[in-house]
Design a protein around this ligand. Sequence first.
Ligand code: HEC
Length: 128
Amino acid sequence: MKNVKMWCGVLSLAVCLTAWQGLTANAEDGEGSAKHSIEDVMKTAMKGGLLKKVTGGEASDEEKKQLLDLFVSLVENEPEKGELDSWHKMAGGAALAAAKVVVGREGAVEELKKATNCKACHDAHKGE
Ligand code: HEC
């Protein structure tokens, strides 16, 4: 009986350590843990014209989902400039609006346009 208890202890310690290592490895990754970098999102969605296609009503369902995926990645990133709180509001607002477009909520495109104000976000979060 004593042996069983000991082995249980050793086992759970091993499980704990593995989990902990996984967590800290992720945390140290920092920006790298996001699927797409902020730069990539800007290039593809903002400058690249994907957002325009979606707000112009010309995007396919696949493209709407791609935009949502990119905006979710914005939230996963940390900008070099500005408060994280403000970033989460702006990037989160864009992601939420993109999600509403995907599920076809009424007024979603208007909301998406407002939530992706280039200048407002750049003033607050784009470095030099
Ligand atoms: C939710 C915030 C946010 C919104 C909205 C936003 N941007 Fe950005 N943008 C950023 C941040 C932060 C950077 C700096 C990225 C970096 O270099 O780390 C950036 C950088 C850029 C860059 C430079 C990318 C590069 O190659 O380094 C371009 C171009 C750009 N944005 C275009 C746009 C356009 C066009 C719009 C509007 C349609 C827009 N952005 C809306 C946050 C935003």
